[in-house]
Design a protein around this ligand. Sequence first.
Ligand code: S3P
Length: 213
Amino acid sequence: MTTVPRNVILVGFMGAGKSTVGRLLARRLGRCFVETDAMITAREGRSIPEIFEARGEPYFRQLEAEALEALSDKRDHVVATGGGFPCESGVMDRLLQLGTVVWLAADFEAAYARANRIGGRPMLAGRSAEDAAALYRVRQDVYRRAHLALDTTRMTVDAVVARIVRHLRDRERRAGPPPSSEALPAATSEVSGNGRPAVDHPTAVGERRDREA
Ligand code: S3P
């Protein structure tokens, strides 16, 4: 019996495609998909920009700490975290224990452009591109501790998902066979979705923002 929670946890900068990839990956693996931002907005009953506006960033980070506690109970989930989620002290250490952490490492320019196009990112509001780039650089030191780093800038969503599935299978093989009912699907079998780029498709994240509004 495996004692390690078999979650897959996606980290990365705003606009890197965590929600888009996470949703498809969860479908591919037949697992539940959760987003830390959605956990927070459901709890608070208002959107992320509204939370920042009313209570400021420190309060939002406190809500993220509570979301981390809730994640500790999850097994076999795919989790998309907010861009700043792993960057608070001790959080990345905890995530590394909770599952396989995957860094979606898009180029700053691609991620920044996408995040701005979609909007609803208070951490970018009123920040110059230079300041946002500085934030990106600082956060990379945290993200790079992930078990797997993928430069998704020029990868399709399907390719990113297939690469993650392959990594999970390799890890599982190294760890020994799981109970057969828990086996992962073959990396080569068909992936639903299409060949769109991982970081250049606003629709999925746009849908999420609609839900929050
Ligand atoms: C944040 C990223 C956002 C959201 C919040 C703060 C950040 O999530 O958690 O606006 O600090 O980078 P996304 O990474 O999904 O945009």
